[in-house]
Design a binder for this molecule. Sequence first.
Ligand code: ASP
Ligand code: MG
Length: 453
Amino acid sequence: MIVMKFGGSSVADASRLRHVADIIKLYVKQKPAIVLSAMGDTTDHLLDAGNMALTQGKVDIKNVEKLHSATIKTLKLPVQKEIDGLFDELTRLLSGIALIRELTPRTKDYLVSFGERLSVRIASAFFQSVKMNAKAFDAFDLGFLSNSNYTQAELEKESWDLIPQKIQPLIKGNVIPVITGFIAKDGKGNITTLGRGGSDLTATMIAAACRADEIQVWKDVDGILTADPRIVKNAKPVQNATYEEASELAYYGAQVLHPRAMQPCMKTGTPVLVKNSYNVEAPGTRIEHSQVPGAKNRPVRAITSRRNVTLVDIVSTRMLGQYGFLAEVFSICAKHNVSVDMVATSEVSVSLTLDSNYDLSEVKKELSKIAAVEVKTEKAIVSIIGNVKRSSEILVRAFRICQFLGVTVQMISQGASKVNISFIVNDAEAAEVVKSLHLDFFEEAEKPSAKVN
Ligand code: ASP
Ligand code: MG
């Protein structure tokens, strides 16, 4: 058995669905279970519709309806009635939101669940029409049980047993289950979601729990790339990566995979393949436990950056020889629901990085009671994911480049997972740093004249 997951852009319309069916046919012998995202931008359209109901009291499902009905019509699928039933339910939900002018996280999850529930029904009807033994399922009917942490729910341990109990008999019966990504139900029977991009996690969870031979995540890029192609024109696919490297890459800007998606497969050692549905021939990226040496044995796997970061510098002589000071700093952040990304400390100071979306006025006020605090905005994190055994070499090369560019490194941290070396620069300098690092670590062999020195 294998699991094949297709994201929103891979199932964006009738022609993409035809293409997905062709890809699945290549793997029918390996007994696939299929996991799908909502079609195209449907999740965003649903959230927009929810906001409109909430703020303007208007119920409008046109954007959601248009794409799905057009697909049904183009592919001549006999499911319009069933889909109309879901549109009715969605309209009633939006009317409720418009009436009471309230959109709680629980209702939001119910709202966005329509995206995946629509896509699997349409897709599986199409797969049947091209002679596949497909059947649509909502993940919560196949063992996806979560806690009630709406919009960011986590799967309960029982799911590890429930999922294979439900899915393995289907696979044995030669059914191709077409399963909603992203959604689950909590113990009270309310629909939950696993966080944006959560379909990846649905798929890796199925693969791990069912001990599948592999999980294929079909995207619209040639796998994990050595850098963001919008910044680095010559970014290349990474052929092999470990689960740790892939998780680091997901956190730090390379939004190829859901950050938590590696967790289930890391436990079972199930290989994860990231493939391009627009370029089926390309080998993609293979993620597993072992470290296969990179091409030409390069010390670095990939370079990423995260823009719009805030740096908080906390200096206090009270820290000297004291215990409890760091605990106090973190408990202030926790109290205000501020999540800390990077940390560096010395004997008398701590530097933290935070997402710039937070309003930090309260945190700053409280921290100022125990230390001198400086908040610096418009920073960026540059992360180098690479071989820890060569960290000195990586650091030398990276900082020589920063020096050459006249860029001051404002904080450094080598992640505990030991595959990540991150440092802070000004936001405006980040793209240039990433480009130059990429040139040095990945392109210099091909372009010796461009070497930074
Ligand atoms: N449809 C959801 C989203 O757009 C989940 C996913 O695509 O994985 O975030
Ligand atoms: Mg999506």
